[in-house]
Design a binder for this molecule. Structure first.
Ligand code: BF8
Length: 625
């Protein structure tokens, strides 16, 4: 396969070529060698018991049923439900770890971190109706902890964050019986209902799919974002350098890849330690160069301006530079094969979270009560690798500057000014038509589609048509590498959007952070409803979402919590669905008729944009604007 067909990221392309010269296999090679299973790809097989596995005929899905009699709709819905359960579990377990850290910071058990943004703490507490007037920060914080713990553990009744949901949307959820309880309960019930011989009505299964997904978006993910802001600071715009050129030949390069910000926050403290800096200099280096990748990188770059080397499809490629003196990982989206590639280039590869060990990798557990014990050891290992670098280093020279860190709070401030922070100007500009609508473009990259291509083409098409784009996750990094996260991108925007960008002083593409920060999009959308003029529920907004190159179950959970919240969501390149089934019709049409959003699929970024814009126009027409 030609390298140009695998990626539009120049640095990754250079490293794929180098890997071929070095005889190192990458996941691009395996994706090519191992074609996707044609039945599994359409989600038309069931292995929930040992009477099977059973497979359906994807070309004629009602030809047969499973040994137990399960229809293709039951099979599709159960598989989809388990993907949502897994994605929700990932985000909520991550959120719960953040909440535990918060508790231990309040208790004084964790000394290396503190409450960095007390204002956000008071705001979150107020939004959950926790009294703050005249109370000590610690007292409010402890109440907040207990309230938020319910997001995970609450057995019955509505979780606290639904207080933020627009009234009419919440009413719809209540009628449909999908207001989430604690995530543990929802995930448990989802797993139970999809076991052999339990729920065998695809519509009833979908109800639990929605409730589980909402426990992620308005629960686990939202808590994770809020607590990370409280502990590490709420992001505001910061100029950042991205792409593989941020690695420096004369420095000790450490890549931090994963999802929980704790590891990278602790790494930053250790990397600033004068003794360790001196140790690096003594080893002949000009310093320690800490670089993020994937979501923890996005989290920390938005808060502290740390450089970022690239997204999911580049994590092996970055090792091929030979310049990485240590790669350290925590949870999620960490390819097992990184270990083998790291070994080839003599890079120490270190796991740090007991939940996510990798066979053969060095494990140094990050203990929240003494995080620096772990991170100092990692830095020492990296310094010693720098000293004994054996293989030649080849770093792609490309770096790109862009602006990131658009939290909901900052967007509010940016639009309304410091004394009257408000979403009113955004709504006004949507109503007067300068801005056609708002789109969230998010999610992964996938070796089965050309890396970054669909993200970049889709976003260009959207802004050209005056659609303001909000971004998170690996998608944000695709646009950053393409040089479209600076104010210069306004030159590619349609005249209306460009004018607003110029007046407000904002770029047309706003990077909001990691995948859990999709919750910031939910909050922004709710605020648009609250401000008025754009209908009275989330489904009324001229808005749409897309994950053009998704691959993780987490993306399906995110997609579905947007759909259940009322948003039109397009997924690209692949979708776990058999065409011509009732379940497909239900997700792609039926849910919308019940007042929710709906799913759509396309393989082509121009078509994705067309679908999203057509939906935005439909919503505008319904609003009479
Ligand atoms: O949570 S976008 S590849 S890194 S799953 Fe993973 Fe997908 Fe990237 Fe972050 Ni999100």
């Amino acid at each position: 396969v030609n390298v140009e067909d695998l990626t539009i990221c120049d640095s990754t392309a250079q490293m794929i070529t180098k890997a071929r010269e070095d005889g190192v296999e990458l996941f691009f090679d395996r994706a090519n060698a191992m074609k996707a299973c044609p039945i599994g790809e359409k989600s038309a097989c069931c292995k929930h018991c040992s009477m099977g596995p059973c497979r359906m005929n994807v070309n004629s899905p009602y030809d047969r049923v499973g040994v137990c009699g399960a229809t293709v709709d039951t099979i599709l819905a159960r598989n989809f439900g388990r993907m949502v359960a897994a994605g929700t579990a990932a985000h909520t377990d991550h959120g719960m770890a953040m909440l535990e850290l918060f508790r231990d910071v309040i208790n004084g058990k964790v000394k290396d971190f503190a409450i960095k943004d007390p204002m956000k703490l008071y705001e979150v507490a107020t939004s959950l109706e926790i009294p703050t007037e005249g109370r000590e920060l610690k007292e409010v914080a402890m109440d907040l902890y207990h309230e938020l713990e319910r997001t995970y553990t609450q057995v019955d009744g509505e979780i606290p964050m639904v207080k933020r949901v627009p009234k009419k949307t919440l009413e719809l959820w209540r009628q449909a019986g999908i207001v989430p309880r604690g995530a543990m309960r929802e995930i448990m019930e989802m797993m139970h209902r999809t076991a052999i011989g339990v729920d065998q009505d695809y519509k009833n299964i979908t109800q639990q799919i929605s409730r589980t997904a909402l426990a992620d978006g308005w629960g686990g993910s939202m808590v994770s974002t809020d607590i990370s802001d409280i502990l590490f600071g709420t992001p505001s715009p910061v100029e950042i350098e991205v792409d593989m050129g941020v690695l420096k030949e004369d420095r000790v390069n450490i890549i931090v890849h994963g999802h929980e910000p704790i590891l990278l926050e602790a790494m930053m403290i250790s990397a600033a330690d004068p003794a360790l800096k001196q140790m690096a200099v003594d080893a002949g280096a000009k310093g320690i160069n800490l670089v993020g990748m994937c979501c923890s990188g996005l989290d920390v770059m938005s808060r502290h301006g740390l450089p970022h080397a690239g997204n999911f499809s580049s994590t092996e490629a970055v090792l091929v530079t030979g310049a990485v003196d240590a790669m350290t990982v925590d949870i999620q989206c960490i390819k097992q094969d990184l270990k083998r590639v790291a070994d080839f280039y003599d890079t120490p590869f270190i796991t740090t979270n007991y939940r996510a060990k990798i066979e053969g990798a060095l494990h140094i557990q990050l203990d929240e009560h003494d995080p620096l014990g772990c991170t100092e050891e990692i830095i020492i290992k990296a310094i010693s690798r720098f000293k004994t670098r054996k293989k030649p280093v080849r770093i792609p020279r490309k770096t790109v500057k862009g602006v990131h860190g658009f939290s909901y709070e900052y967007i509010n401030y940016m639009l309304g000014g410091s004394f009257r922070g408000s979403f009113t100007p955004l709504n006004d500009n949507i109503i007067n038509g300068r801005i056609r609508g708002v789109a969230g473009v998010v999610g992964c990259t996938n070796p089965r589609s050309k890396q970054d291509y669909s993200h970049v083409e889709l976003v260009k098409e959207l802004i050209r048509n005056d659609v303001l784009v909000l971004q998170t996750g690996c998608s944000q990094m695709a646009l950053a590498k393409a040089g479209l996260t600076g104010p210069g991108a306004a030159a590619l925007a349609g005249p209306g959007l460009a004018e607003v960008c110029e007046t407000v002083g904002m770029p047309p593409i706003l990077g909001l952070g990691a995948c859990v920060d999709n919750s910031r999009i939910l909050i922004a959308a709710s605020e648009m409803v609250r401000v008025g003029g754009l209908g009275d529920c989330l489904a009324d907004l001229p808005a749409a979402g897309c994950a053009p190159e998704w691959m993780s179950e987490k993306a399906i959970a995110i997609g579905h919590y947007f759909v259940a919240s009322g948003v039109y969501v397009v997924f690209g390149h692949t979708f776990p669905m058999t065409k011509g089934t009732q379940f497909e019709k239900y997700l792609f049409e039926g849910l919308e008729n019940e007042g929710f959003g709906k799913w759509a699929f396309s393989d082509d970024p121009k078509e994705m944009a067309r679908l999203m814009i057509a939906h935005i126009d439909e919503k505008r027409a319904a609003l009479g604007i």
